[in-house]
Design a protein around this ligand. Structure first.
Ligand SMILES: [Zn+2]
Length: 303
C-alpha cells in the first residue's frame, strides 16, 4: 500500500510506489479552507499521500502563493505526504507563477487547441517549468472530457473526444511530459442522476490499457466523481496512477453546509458551523482514498 514513509519525499517517489503497488493517488481539488482542512485531515488520518489540486478559478479565489504556503505548512508540521498541483493551467504565465510558488506539479492543459499546437506549446512549457524547478512534474492533456466540475443537466458527447493509443504515444514522445491525461470515457462534473446514485460513469478500460502500453507513462484520470467503484479498480489495474475527485467533494461541502446552517439556526460562530462540514467532506475523501488502494492485493498495474 502507499503508506507514507520517510524515503518518499517527492511526488515522483509516491507515483513510482503507486505504480508498483497497483494503487492510485487521490487528487482532491480545493477552493477554500473547509475543503483544504478536510482533505489534508484525510491524508493525515490514513497516513496516505494525496495531491491537493487547484485549477484556475480555485487558484484565483485562494491565491497561488497562499495555497502553497498552507499545504507546505501542513507537510512540515504534521509530516503529511501532501503534494500540490496546479490543475488545468491554460497559459504559460499561470504555469510559471505556480512553479515559482512551489507547486509540485502542473497540469498544462492546451487540449482545446489543435493537436500540433498542443504538442509544440506543451513542449516549450515543460522546458520553461523545469528551468525553474527540475523536479516539477508536468502533465499534458489530450482529448475532450468536457469542462466544469459541477452538476450538468445533460452529458456531453464524449465519444468524439476519446484519445487513441497512437496520438497518446505521439504526444508523449514529442512533448516529454511526465504524466498524461487521456480521454477514456471520463467526464468533468456530474449529472443530476449521479447525485442520487441512479447512474454512474463507466470507463473504457481497454483504451486505458492500450494507452498505458503505448506510452509507458503515469496516467491521470480526470473527472472521477460519480464513477462506478468497480470501474475505478479496473482502471487502476489497467494503468491509472492519479484519480481526480472534485465534484463529489463540492456536493458534500454544499450538503454539509445546508445541514449545519439549518440545524444551528442561531449560531454565528464560523468554526462551530463549519466543523461538521469539514467532517462530511473528509469522510468522502477517506472513502475514495480507501477505494483507490484496494487494488493493492491484486498486484502491480499494467505497464
Ligand atoms: Zn480535470
Amino acid at each position: 500500500m502507499v503508506a507514507y514513509h520517510a524515503l518518499m519525499r517527492t511526488l515522483r517517489d509516491v507515483l513510482q510506489q503507486a505504480q508498483a503497488d497497483g494503487s492510485a493517488v487521490a487528487h482532491f481539488n480545493v477552493s477554500d479552507v473547509v475543503l483544504l482542512e478536510a482533505v489534508l485531515g484525510a491524508a493525515r488520518e490514513l497516513n496516505t499521500p494525496i495531491i491537493v489540486g487547484a485549477s484556475d478559478g480555485e487558484r484565483k479565489f485562494m491565491g497561488v502563493r497562499q495555497i502553497a504556503a498552507w499545504v507546505k505548512s501542513w507537510r512540515e508540521e504534521f509530516n503529511v505526504p501532501v503534494f500540490l498541483n496546479s490543475d488545468h493551467t491554460h497559459s504559460l504565465p499561470q504555469a510559471l507563477e505556480a512553479a515559482r510558488a512551489g507547486f509540485d506539479a502542473i497540469v498544462f492543459d492546451l487540449s482545446a487547441l489543435p493537436f500540433e499546437k498542443n504538442i509544440s506549446q506543451t513542449r516549450e512549457a515543460i522546458a520553461a517549468l523545469k528551468a525553474i524547478n527540475p523536479d516539477i512534474l508536468v502533465e499534458g492533456e489530450i482529448g475532450d472530457i468536457g469542462t466544469g466540475s459541477e452538476i450538468h443537466a445533460t452529458a456531453p458527447d464524449l465519444k468524439r473526444g476519446l484519445s487513441t493509443p497512437e496520438e497518446a504515444q505521439r504526444f508523449v514522445a514529442a512533448t516529454g511530459v511526465d504524466i498524461l491525461a487521456p480521454a477514456v470515457g471520463n467526464m468533468h462534473g456530474m449529472l443530476k442522476s449521479m447525485l442520487d446514485g441512479e447512474t454512474k460513469k463507466h470507463l473504457d478500460i481497454d483504451r486505458i490499457a492500450a494507452i498505458k502500453k503505448a506510452t509507458g507513462k503515469w496516467l491521470t484520470l480526470h473527472g472521477g466523481s460519480g464513477t462506478n467503484d468497480e470501474d475505478f479498480l479496473r482502471a487502476i489495474r489497467a494503468g491509472i496512477n492519479i484519480v481526480h475527485i472534485n465534484t463529489e467533494l463540492r456536493v458534500a461541502w454544499r450538503k454539509g453546509l445546508e445541514i449545519a446552517l439549518s440545524s444551528q439556526p442561531d449560531e454565528v460562530v464560523p468554526y462551530k458551523i463549519l466543523a461538521p462540514v469539514v467532517e462530511s467532506v473528509k469522510q468522502v475523501a477517506i472513502g475514495r482514498m480507501q477505494l483507490f488502494r484496494k487494488g493493492i492485493a491484486a498486484g502491480p498495474t499494467a505497464r
